[in-house]
Design a protein around this ligand. Structure first.
Ligand code: ASP
Length: 335
């Protein structure tokens, strides 16, 4: 599988800069704020997308991108910006997070989410929650208002109730499209990775005008998952990572491989220790995922504040920066 790099135009302009952290330097034109978002990666072919569906996804990505960018433009924090983006996409049934989450083998929903604040490297994660309306909001409460980094299942739900978060019946996450995907998987004896609408995880990464970075990811996981399977999205260092001055990363794709490669942390380590650009670090790390047999994509804000993407196929995505970048895209060959 070919890795598709989607480099922000400003990266080229920065190529001649002198080295700061990781061989990338800020220039006068470097963005003071930056945001990248994703709504899942996978094989997304034009032939399978009607004009209406294509437009609906772009509109949803655009609205989420604008909501996050508004926070950053107003001087708000990267953590608030990514929470705004992800919480919004969780409510949109087109994406596999919150409402519209995929079904487990047993016909229920188990949601995973995580968030990381690059300023302090505080982090919060929840796995296998079933009745919390906004898993990203819960992950943030874990980060800001609890002694632990990662909570799972019943305990995470108890914590959510104690903190007064909105709870919903598990059936609230139901959608006919995702049910159909489960039924097809069972009827055709497919594995989760063969179901073409398997992806749709959501995530966001940001740099704010105070120089702080943050990253977050939320998902329903993979269709037909069993045995309380947990993917990479709630694993800090696999699906999500942020460290000020280095990077903010959110991943989407076949979670088992992203966990094994430790994707998000590896990208940040390559930048800080090897001096790679954000684009090179993302491409190399994703190439490793693909070599092992996995697929997916990542969004990264690097040390210069540039927002970059890397993906094995297509990815619902968008980015906006104070330097004038502002776009959404779907297919792998879109530039
Ligand atoms: N990474 C997610 C998981 O494995 C799925 C996805 O991103 O589509 O649970």
């Amino acid at each position: 599988m070919k890795i598709i790099a989607w480099t922000a135009p400003l990266v080229a302009a920065l190529a001649s800069s002198t080295a700061a952290v990781a061989g990338e330097a800020k220039t006068a034109s470097a963005p003071t704020w930056s945001l990248a978002i994703h709504g899942g990666a996978g094989v997304i072919e034009r032939a399978d997308m009607s004009a209406e569906k294509d437009a609906a996804y772009r509109a949803a990505l655009r609205a989420a991108l604008d909501a996050g960018a508004a926070v950053l433009k107003a001087g708000g924090s990267s953590t608030d910006a990514i929470t705004a983006v992800i919480a919004r996409l969780e409510e949109d049934p087109k994406f596999n997070a919150g409402k519209g989450a995929v079904y487990t083998w047993d016909g229920t929903h188990e949601l995973d989410a995580s968030i990381m604040d690059g300023r302090t490297r505080a982090a919060g994660a929840v796995a296998g929650v079933t009745t919390v309306r906004s898993p990203i909001t819960l992950a943030r409460r874990v980060m800001e208002d609890g002694p632990h980094v990662m909570l799972a299942g019943k305990g995470a739900e108890e914590f959510a109730k104690e903190k007064g978060l909105e709870m919903v019946p598990n059936s609230w996450f139901d959608t006919p499209e995702r049910l159909e995907a489960l039924e097809r998987l069972k009827a055709e004896k497919l594995s989760a990775i063969d179901v073409d609408i398997k992806y749709g995880t959501v995530g966001a990464v940001a740099l704010d005008t105070h120089g702080n970075m943050a990253a977050g990811t939320s998902t329903g996981g993979m269709t037909g998952k069993r045995w309380n399977r947990i993917g990479d999205a709630p694993v800090i260092g696999a699906g999500t990572y942020a460290e000020n001055g280095v990077c903010a990363v959110s991943a989407t794709g076949w979670g088992e491989f992203f966990i094994r490669v430790g994707v998000a942390r590896t990208i940040c380590a390559r930048i800080s220790m090897k001096g790679e650009t954000a684009q090179a670090a993302a491409d190399e790390t994703l190439a490793d995922v693909v070599r092992l047999g996995g697929d997916g994509g990542v969004i990264v804000v690097g040390p210069t504040g540039d927002a970059v993407f890397a993906m094995s196929d297509g990815m619902y995505r968008g980015r906006a920066t104070s330097a004038g970048v502002n776009e959404v895209a779907i297919y792998g060959d879109e530039r």
